[in-house]
Design a protein around this ligand. Structure first.
Ligand code: AMP
Ligand code: MG
Length: 339
């Protein structure tokens, strides 16, 4: 398949992508979190093509993207007070809500679940494309399944050229990690995936919010995942990733005594000069927003440099760093070295 590549999100490009989506095609579009691989959420055949293009397991449901708060109601059975409060506080933005689905949503979108995940993104190009398509768009991240999510059109091109109808370049994604996912389908709101809307922010609006154990820990054998996506190996470069737990001094000395030509360190900016291996700085120690923005690009860079082993700091489990913890621990297959 020939993939149409739009270098700029011009009005003409947005119109054309809307047309492709209405006709049942697939297009990769920028959002503020990561690039999404979009299809008409009402068209089961179009949605099936997303799973094929990504090599995504059939039991991993998709997020439906809308361009106005009023577009939520037709997709769900009812809009509870908690959803209204979250929408008022965080939409448009990097927050996905899970609610019991309406009949409008085909089972292909939810991978057979009775609930649907919905997000209203803030990226102006994403909004313009949803409006041009005239339908809600089902869109997971636009990477091959298992790879780090794409935060630039170049990343999408690496994974998807020849597999989808179109890619539209809207620049780098500002957030850089996928949306926060919160389920409102149970008695108590539950964080299923951390993101830039933090657990602390959700609690400030809703009061009690539970954290699913899969946010920080590997799924126990035989357990059922509340968010099916969390059970798969994810976000992985080809290199073997190890997370190091210890002081910054111990991080530097461990790496300096264990590195070779194909070892890279995902380090804080201020450490790069002290490390004797290849370094990929991801921001300052407490600058979680920059770290989130750079994380997936850094993992892809390690592959591009031909690295076979990557060492990274164990992220803090607070604020936006909880999202970095969640992604990096999966990229590392939960391999931690205590230094
Ligand atoms: P992606 O868009 O690639 O970041 O993947 C979407 C994420 O949302 C995956 O981790 C899914 O498991 C999760 N998700 C989507 N729909 C649901 C749902 N109905 N219930 C629980 N998790 C969901
Ligand atoms: Mg994904």
């Amino acid at each position: 398949m020939k993939t149409e590549f739009f270098k700029e999100p011009t009005a003409g490009a947005i119109e054309r992508v809307g047309e492709i989506l209405r006709a049942g095609g697939l297009a990769a579009i920028p959002t503020e979190t990561v690039y999404g691989l979009a299809a008409n959420a009402y068209d089961p055949d179009a949605v099936k093509k997303i799973f094929e293009a990504k090599g995504r397991p059939g039991d991993n449901p998709l997020i439906v993207h809308i361009a106005d708060v009023s577009e939520l109601a037709p997709l769900v059975q009812k809009v509870p007070a908690s959803a209204k409060k979250l929408a008022a506080a965080f939409w448009p933005g990097p927050l996905t809500m899970i609610l019991p689905k309406s009949d409008r949503i085909p089972m292909e979108v939810t991978a057979g679940l009775e609930t649907v995940a919905v997000r209203y993104p803030s990226h102006p190009v994403a909004n313009a494309i949803i409006k041009a398509a005239g339908v809600p768009l089902a869109a997971p991240s636009a990477n091959l399944s298992g790879k780090p999510s794409p935060t630039s059109a170049r990343h999408v091109f690496e994974d998807m050229n020849g597999r989808i109808d179109a890619i539209i370049d809207g620049g780098e994604c500002s957030v850089g990690v996928e949306s926060t996912v919160v389920s409102l389908a149970g008695k108590t709101p539950r964080l299923l995936r951390p993101g830039a809307v933090t657990l602390e922010m959700l609690r400030a609006v809703l009061g009690e919010v539970e954290m699913d154990p899969a946010v920080t820990d590997p799924l126990a054998e035989g357990a059922v995942a509340s968010s099916p996506g969390m059970k798969y190996k994810h976000y992985s470069p080809k290199a073997d990733v190890f997370v190091l737990s210890g002081t910054p001094e111990a991080f530097v000395s461990y790496i300096n005594s264990h590195c070779d030509e194909t070892t890279a360190a995902l380090c804080y900016d201020e450490e790069a000069a002290k490390l004797s291996c290849r370094t990929v700085p991801i921001g300052k120690e407490f600058d979680f927003l920059t770290q989130a923005h750079l994380l997936f690009d850094a993992l892809r860079k390690c592959d591009a440099l031909g690295m076979t082993r990557v060492f990274a700091h164990i992220p803090r489990k607070e604020g936006v760093s909880l999202a970095i913890y969640n992604r990096l621990m999966r990229a590392a297959g939960f391999k931690v070295i205590y230094v």
